[in-house]
Design a protein around this ligand. Structure first.
Ligand SMILES: Cc1cc2nc3c(=O)[nH]c(=O)nc-3n(C[C@H](O)[C@H](O)[C@H](O)COP(=O)(O)O)c2cc1C
Length: 169
């Protein structure tokens, strides 16, 4: 499929059908994340697959995720990630972002919708899943198939023209 069409067709899915994502499809999505570049190739991402009823119950107590029944919790290991010299900036979150982007687009290419979610209580999430101190949950990627009423939200159509965000110097 044409890559720009894939990007244009993707939207944040916020209404999920009950149809589960198969192991085979999920593994392909995870593989796309595994292949992502990371700073110094240190691969600090730690991804938790939330799909058992026990894990979903814990997740939904902190964040409901629009009723998705497969959720990836993308955490960064801040002890493993590369530190940007001089500014002392840990690149774990940046690494997790590219890993998640690749998984999100891989999902789209496989007909699986997704919603990228950051609006959750990070300390409460870490506590709910008993994460060690070095792991920070940065992103939730809700995955699944669109319900009948699924449609892009209004913000999906609000992209600025290139000249608003790009300047040639
Ligand atoms: C860093 C980031 C954080 C986001 N957090 C949330 C969120 O917490 N809840 C949500 O419903 N959508 C969230 N989104 C989805 C955006 O709202 C959405 O991508 C944007 O409005 C454009 O719409 P579209 O994805 O349908 O094209 C997030 C996206 C990004 C990249």
């Amino acid at each position: 499929m044409d890559f720009l069409k894939l990007c244009a067709d993707r939207y944040s899915l916020r209404s999920f059908a009950d149809t589960p994502v198969s192991d085979e499809v999920l593994n392909q999505i995870l593989e796309a994340g595994r292949l992502a570049p990371t700073a110094m190739n240190l691969q600090p991402q730690r991804i938790f697959v939330i799909r058992s009823s026990e894990a979903l119950e814990k997740m939904r107590a902190v964040k409901k995720c629009y009723g998705a029944n497969t959720i990836l919790m993308i955490c960064g290991d801040t002890e493993v990630a590369c530190n940007r010299p001089k500014v002392d900036h840990c690149m774990a979150e940046m690494d997790c972002t590219i890993v998640t982007t690749q998984m999100m687009l891989a999902a789209q290419s496989l007909g699986v919708g997704s919603c990228w979610i950051c609006a959750f209580d990070v300390p409460a999430m870490a506590k709910a899943f008993d994460l060690p101190e070095n792991l920070t949950p940065y992103i939730l990627l809700a995955l699944g198939y669109p319900a009948e009423d699924a449609a892009p939200g209004p913000r999906h159509f609000e992209r600025y023209p290139l000249e608003h965000t790009v300047t040639e110097l």
